[in-house]
Design a protein around this ligand. Structure first.
Ligand code: TPP
Length: 275
């Protein structure tokens, strides 16, 4: 399902606009990380994943685990853009009875959602279990799990990382949103996670890095990661929190804040003008 870089850019623009619209209507939620991960999600769903939005439970699909449930708006907007459910449903974000809760819950029946998430540090263990099942059943599908850099401060991540290497899970690719910030500030101030490539490497993983806003780089890096044999792979995607809106870019205060209607109008115009 390869798309041209221009098509991916246009799709990412639509997704960013829908993220802002949904957050402005809900009045709460996580804007910074969602905008920062938009290019990675666009590349995954429109250029990498083997999936079928019309048949969300297709047994042979690649699995994408969102471990950082708080950036649900980017997952929801990407799933809707892919055709899993109507784009208009994004405006029900965080409403009572909606399938799109602030942190994703499978009990609400949203097509394309693989994991209920929100409590940080758990997704990699789930991804390891899925990848192990895929190996046992000799399946060809690949498991991707998305993590925050602040999330890597959770000990459970490293327990899962150790087991993935032990079981030689080359059908698993973890993605780290390396935006350098978390809820309370810079990761280097809250709890240093460097040297990150050496850490993953020491845990037995094949390590890749990419510019998380260059589609060419993201797509080629994911393709190389998927080709890894005999060990799990991790892609450290260098991103900017809030990418696409200058007022938000790099500002951790936007980790968990939604735009007002007035801000949303300005932000959407900025994204539309930047073509
Ligand atoms: C186990 C657990 N502890 C704390 C939180 C609260 N929390 C939500 S997001 C977050 C920061 C995560 O940082 P990062 O992974 O870098 O995400 P980003 O700020 O880049 O979106 C925290 C502490 C949580 N959801 N789960």
């Amino acid at each position: 399902m390869f798309r041209s870089v221009e098509e991916l850019k246009e799709t990412a623009r639509k997704i960013r606009i829908n993220i802002i619209r949904s957050l402005a209507v809900s009045g709460s939620g996580h804007t910074g990380g969602s905008l920062g991960l938009t290019d990675v999600f666009t590349a995954l769903y429109f250029g990498i994943l083997n999936h079928d939005p019309k048949n969300a439970k297709w047994a042979e699909r690649d699995r994408l685990i969102l471990s950082i449930g708080h950036v649900a708006p980017v997952l929801y907007a990407t799933l809707a853009q892919s055709g899993y459910f109507p784009v208009e449903e994004l405006l029900t974000l965080r409403k009572l009875g909606s399938r799109l809760q602030g942190h994703p819950g499978r009990e609400h029946g949203l097509p394309g959602l693989e994991l209920s998430a929100g409590s940080l540090g758990q997704g990699l263990s789930v991804a390891v279990g899925m990848a192990l099942a895929g190996k046992m059943d000799q399946k060809k599908w690949h498991v991707y799990s998305v993590h925050g850099d602040g999330e890597l401060q959770e000990g459970a991540i490293w327990e899962a990382a150790m087991s993935a290497a032990h079981h030689k899970l080359d059908n698993l690719t973890a993605i780290v949103d390396r935006n350098g910030v978390q809820i309370d500030g810079k990761t280097s101030d809250v709890m240093e996670i460097e040297p990150l490539t050496k850490k993953w490497s020491a845990f037995g993983w094949e390590v890749f890095e990419c510019d998380g806003h260059s589609f060419k780089d993201i797509v080629s890096t994911f393709n190389r990661a998927k080709a890894t044999i005999g060990r799990p792979s991790v892609v450290i995607a260098h991103t900017i929190m809030g990418k696409g809106v200058r007022e938000i870019e790099g500002d951790y205060h936007w980790h968990g804040k939604a735009p007002s209607e007035e801000q949303a109008t300005r932000f959407i115009k900025e994204i539309q003008d930047h073509s």
